[in-house]
Design a protein around this ligand. Structure first.
Ligand code: FVH
Length: 293
């Protein structure tokens, strides 16, 4: 090794599905020593051809390195895969998608077995892994010490955002952002449905939709400001009363176009409920209070 060469941390990776394989490939490409394990052993072949060592069992993979990354289907598969492994002294990073409560319980479970624990929520799809310009990143929460110790290694496949010591926070941020994404997809689905039977090319609507959604997205900063201050009338541009008055237009247009109202109706119902509470001067922020039980 030359004076300027920094040895890369070796690690073990459990789970070689689409995401696990992409993660493994990124670490190998950066020169990290990698031991891999997958329930279906054959799926390790491509990474072994690229230089990974294959462990015969999850326990063997865990024993091979102190940094152990897990990227399996769900929390149950993590439990099953790690049940026979000795986690004492390991730095366990769990990138499996789960709920905040599952992450907190998994952190406790790992601590009881003598491991440090970091939970991750991946904000990327496999083709974004190892390609920094795509902007993919991973939320991390749990042991801050573990995060700082392995930050460089964890930053190889995707960007890193540490969101707190509470092991559940990575999952919470992950699910919050993905939930907003599904709301956006739902709105876009309704928009495409409205033009579906017309002589309008969906490809001509798509850029208009993308630009409009991007123009509206910064409104979330105003929402955050109102939530912080508790004043939902602060900086209102389009009042709740005005927007509720427009609801019949949206519902009638859907009916005219032969499109179900089922995606829009729940949100409109909440807007109407808030207006009925006498909050017509507010923004849409009050809907959030109706959601929180
Ligand atoms: N792929 C994506 O677009 C998303 C992007 C955001 C993050 N998710 C989450 O990442 C986790 C892994 O996802 P994946 O894409 O790698 O998923 P699959 O390709 O379906 O691979 C699943 C792996 O899990 C193994 N597995 C399943 N059950 C068990 C079990 N009981 N014991 C041990 N391993 C298990 C499976 O093994 P095999 O079927 O090949 O034997 C795969 O390695 C996930 O949480 C996403 O939500 C991905």
């Amino acid at each position: 090794m030359t004076q300027h060469t920094v040895e890369k941390t070796s690690l073990s990776l459990l789970g070689l599905g689409a995401m696990g394989s992409a993660l493994g490939r990124a670490w190998l490409a950066e020169g990290h020593g990698l031991t891999v394990w997958n329930r279906t052993a054959d799926r390790a072949r491509p990474l072994v051809a690229e230089g990974a060592k294959q462990a015969d069992s999850a326990a063997e993979a865990v024993a091979a390195n102190s940094l152990v990354v897990v990227c399996l289907l769900d929390d149950t598969s993590v439990e099953e895969a790690l049940s026979g492994a000795d986690l004492e002294g390991r730095d366990l990073v769990n990138l499996t998608t789960g709920t905040p409560a599952q992450a907190r319980a998994r952190a406790e479970w790992a601590h009881e077995r003598g491991a440090r624990y970091l939970d991750g929520g991946i904000m990327a799809v496999p083709p974004m892994i190892g390609v920094p310009q795509t902007g993919g990143y991973v939320f991390y929460s749990g042991s801050q010490e573990l995060f700082h110790r392995h930050r460089e290694t964890l930053a190889v496949p995707a960007g890193t955002r540490y969101v707190g010591r509470d092991a559940g926070f990575a999952a919470l941020h992950d699910v919050a952002l993905l939930s907003a994404m599904y709301g956006m997809f739902a709105g876009a689905a309704h928009a495409f449905a409205l033009i579906r039977k017309e002589d309008i090319d969906p490809a001509s609507l798509a850029p208009l939709l993308a630009d409009w959604l991007a123009a509206m997205a910064p409104a979330v900063h105003g929402t955050a400001g109102q939530l912080r201050s508790g004043d939902y009338t602060r900086g209102v541009v389009s009042s709740l009363a005005m927007q509720v008055a427009g609801i019949p237009t949206f519902l009638s247009t859907a009916e005219e176009q032969g499109v179900s109202q089922e995606l829009l109706s729940p949100y409109f119902a909440l807007m109407r409920r808030r207006l009925a509470e006498g909050r017509g001067e507010e923004d849409l922020t009050g809907v959030i209070d109706l959601l929180v039980r």
